[in-house]
Unconditional design. Structure first.
Length: 252
């Protein structure tokens, strides 16, 4: 069995409050790309996980992978292989998307997804949705003809801790999320202070119709009017910044 762990984007992300338990109350629009990590499962008498792919080395020292946690929650015994194609700690869903792929393979529920992390329910759905609360209160939304929109993902090659970015948020509620196109990402400011190269990435995406940072960063995305426009921007960015990670995809 094989399942894609679709890359998650936050088309807009408004942070409304820091709760007493340390979590944050947010409003966001989740969207998902056609591409991502790939999870494969084969029959086995025991549970195992092999991680391969271009970003496998970045997980070698990580504690228990969320994929394993999801499998244990379902009582799954299988030989799992995770092809890690997306950068780690990059604002693209990461472990949450990988765990959600496991849940889809083995008919997991939203209730189990919620126990694994705030983004896992949205990643389990993997369709456009408005998220509230910690991002786990979901309402599917239609956002016009956005499906199929050419997307360019760019990461400066620097991991960024979600906890560190939320911890650096200034605590100011800048208002609710209405039309996502007129929205913002309230984590961009603190993320740019931690990784100034994010500003360079957004400047490099200036030809996009909309360019923003996703989640807590450091990956930024550009939505383009056409595939040729996206591909031209990708070629220019690769030429100027060969160390950056650049990926061409489309919205689901």
């Amino acid at each position: 069995m094989r399942e894609i762990a679709y890359a998650k984007l936050n088309l807009a992300l408004h942070v409304r409050a820091r709760e007493p338990d340390g979590y944050h109350r947010i409003e966001t629009i989740f969207a998902f790309c056609e591409d991502g990590d790939v999870l494969e499962a084969r029959q086995s008498g025991r549970l195992s996980l092999e991680i391969i792919g271009p970003f496998a080395a970045d997980l070698k020292d990580a504690p228990d992978n969320l994929v394993i946690e999801a499998a244990r929650a379902l009582g799954v015994t299988a030989a799992l292989t995770l092809d890690k194609r997306l950068p780690v700690a990059a604002g693209l869903g990461g472990g949450s998307a990988d765990a959600a792929a496991l849940l889809r393979l083995f008919d997991g529920s939203m209730e189990i997804a919620a126990t694994l992390g705030a983004d896992v329910p949205a990643c389990l759905l993997s369709w456009t949705a408005r998220g509230r609360g910690r991002g786990d209160v979901l309402e599917p939304v239609g956002i016009g003809d956005l499906a199929g929109t050419p997307v360019l993902l760019v990461n400066p090659g620097l991991p960024l801790s979600t906890a560190a970015v939320f911890g650096a948020w200034d605590g100011i509620d800048r208002g609710p999320l209405g039309d996502w196109q007129a929205g913002r990402n309230d984590l961009e400011g603190p993320a740019r202070r931690l990784v100034p190269a994010i500003g360079e990435v957004l400047d490099a995406l200036a030809s996009a119709r909309i360019a923003r940072m996703s989640g807590s960063g450091a990956t930024c995305f550009g939505l383009f009017e056409s595939v040729p426009a996206r591909d031209a921007a990708a070629a220019e960015i690769r030429a100027r910044h060969p160390a950056w990670w650049v990926s061409q995809t489309r919205l689901r």
